[in-house]
Design a protein around this ligand. Structure first.
Ligand code: NAD
Length: 558
């Protein structure tokens, strides 16, 4: 794609309101969500079609984007469009309850599943990196990860409080304030933690300041530390961004004997060529080296990760609660010689798996009207449908006050089995009764309880050793297709990079019709139900209890 073409194109933004440009609401929803993923308010580098997560893209090229949009506008209510790595490749007659779009992104046969092979194929224009919600058109900006990050930080804070009981607030050191990582400062303060976030790209910090995800930028380390420590001491959580390389700052803190209470990091380390800036290079110098000598770049990036992870290990030894935040930095650090990298635990086994066992995971929705009032109406519907959950109430009320919408108004909250279907049906009723101004799109991250195989993240340390078995993720995509999701996707390499994960996404549209109600009830039951059967099969007691209580059929339990 030439720069000229990009400049010529202008910004992409989803249509708002109740008027259709497609032949049905599901196609319209897919089109608006594709556009919304690339809205400059939402995407990290929309001019390159990059939505978030290193190079997670919504379409393979601008030409492919145009053809997808044209196909969606022309797609009938009994047809299904096939999208292969961000390019529309076919269209078949199916039936009204079938998904309108099926997407497969970045999938490679195991033996060939390496970044090198991926990049070779990408260079030939044959494949696209879809990350998780970029290539499956359900990214909603940093809010999408705020609640998961909040849940994680609360659990990590409690773990630290149990080990190191004392009065006063606590603070978190992290790095990477990109599309996902940018949720950290806000989630930290919501979780009662002060936060120092190291980010090398000033434009990313500006974006977080603009969207109120971070409170302040202070580039002087002494002053930044003083501000963070003081706010923690006084129990007034505050978030500070510092523009620097994390591989410089983390060891510097060790050298000074400064031990944060909690430590993690969320640079896009899963993609060492793009997602991590080596020490000693400006952004411009990094871009030049990346282009001239990719192998040298990768070696230097991994060396920076080693330095950073060594510092994290030292902070752990000094009592900090240190965890890997799902970007595969431990593997890269180990490849660069840090043998003890995996002494840092992953966040899923430590804090999230218990929720997965209950079929709990990230449930998100988007108001196609574009009217923020519609989200206020749906917020109330969630609290009516799930009345006895004080954490959920606190989350929704705090989100209403503190989260600025990006692109189409949207919301996220973690819901479990049973509640997801109840809420989906309640939303459909709001649309039917005209209490919201247009249909509601319901979807989720691929990072969910029954949709992903990712041994360095979601399925790390499974009880039965089944970490790398991807049958579950494939079954998830298949059952959601059978149940009538609106679009279903299957991706490789999201979160932790090529070779390391396989995962499925689903979106289902509440358009107020009876057919939609039937589909919502089926999809929002089978989808979290996959999480319960996956964890019950692996022997997790909580999942077995939830299956028994909720009536999820697990054949080997009789
Ligand atoms: P991103 O590409 O939008 O942002 C990465 C950020 O890291 C950029 O702002 C970049 O400037 C910064 N950075 C790179 N090298 C740095 C360095 N040496 N020092 C300081 N800053 C540096 O990516 P993202 O969407 O924010 O995702 C971050 C990572 O988290 C990815 O690896 C992604 O796969 C993973 N992820 C985790 C979760 C989760 O739930 N934990 C969910 C989705 C994605």
């Amino acid at each position: 794609m030439s720069a000229g073409h990009r400049e010529h194109r202008g910004a992409v933004r989803a249509a708002r309101g109740a008027e259709l440009s497609c032949r049905g609401w599901i196609q319209e929803a897919a089109l608006r969500m594709l556009h919304n993923n690339l809205d400059p308010e939402v995407a990290e580098r929309p001019e390159d079609l990059v939505v978030y997560g290193g190079t997670g893209k919504a379409a393979r090229s601008w030409e492919a984007f145009d053809v997808i949009a044209r196909e969606l506008r022309d797609l009938a209510d009994d047809e299904t469009l096939l999208v292969q790595s961000g390019k529309a490749v076919g269209r078949f007659r199916t039936h009204p309850d079938a998904p309108r779009v099926l997407l497969a992104n970045s999938n490679l046969v195991g033996r060939w599943a390496t970044w090198d092979e991926f990049r070779r194929l990408e260079g030939l224009g044959l494949i696209m990196y879809g990350q998780m919600t970029a290539g499956s058109w359900i990214y909603i900006g940093s809010q999408g990860i705020v609640q998961g990050t909040y849940e994680t930080f609360v659990a990590a804070r409690k773990a630290h409080e149990a080990r190191v009981p004392r009065q006063g607030g606590r603070w978190l050191l992290t790095a990477g304030l990109g599309g996902m990582g940018g949720a950290q400062p806000l989630a930290a303060t919501m979780a009662g933690l002060s936060c120092l976030g190291i980010e090398i790209d000033p434009a990313r910090i500006d974006k977080r300041l603009r969207t109120r995800y971070v409170d302040e930028r202070i580039d002087d380390l002494d002053k930044a530390l003083a501000a963070v420590e003081e706010s923690a001491r006084e129990g007034r959580p505050r978030s500070i961004a510092l523009c620097a390389n994390a591989a410089d700052i983390f060891p510097e803190l060790v050298r000074r004997g400064v031990t944060p209470d909690l430590v993690t990091e969320q640079t896009a380390a899963h993609d060492p060529l793009i997602g991590y800036i080596p020490q000693g290079l400006s952004l411009e110098q990094a871009a030049a080296l990346r282009a001239s000598d990719p192998a040298a770049y990768i070696a230097r990036a991994k060396e920076g990760m080693r330095v950073e992870v060594e510092a994290m290990l030292e902070m752990k030894a000094r009592g900090a609660e240190v965890f890997d935040y799902g970007n595969n930095i431990r593997t890269c650090a180990m490849e660069a010689g840090c043998d003890r990298a995996f002494e840092i635990h992953g966040f899923v086994p430590a804090y999230i798996r218990e929720l997965f066992c209950q079929g709990k995971g990230p449930f998100r929705w988007v108001a196609l009207s574009g009217d923020p009032d519609d989200i206020a109406v749906t917020d109330r519907a969630v609290l009516d449908a799930v009345p006895h959950d004080p954490d959920l109430r606190r989350w929704i009320e705090t989100a209403q006050q503190r989260i600025a919408f990006q692109g189409l108004p949207s919301r996220i909250c973690w819901l479990g089995y049973g509640d997801r279907a109840r809420v989906g049906l309640a939303f459909n009723e709001l649309v039917r009764a005209g209490k919201v101004k247009a249909p509601i799109v319901i979807g989720r991250d691929h990072l969910d309880c029954g949709s992903v195989a990712s041994p360095f993240r979601e399925t790390e340390g499974m009880k039965d050793g089944s970490d790398a078995i991807a049958d579950w993720a494939i079954l998830n995509a298949l059952v959601n297709t059978a149940a009538g999701a609106s679009w279903v996707s299957f991706h490789h390499g999201g979160g932790v990079g090529i070779g390391n994960s396989l995962h499925a996404g689903m979106v289902v549209v509440a358009d107020g019709t009876e057919a939609a109600a039937r589909r919502l009830e089926r999809v929002l039951t089978s989808d979290p139900g996959m999480g319960i059967i996956r964890h019950a099969d692996a022997g997790y007691e909580t999942a077995i209890e939830v299956a028994d209580r909720a009536g999820v059929h697990v054949p080997h339990r009789g």
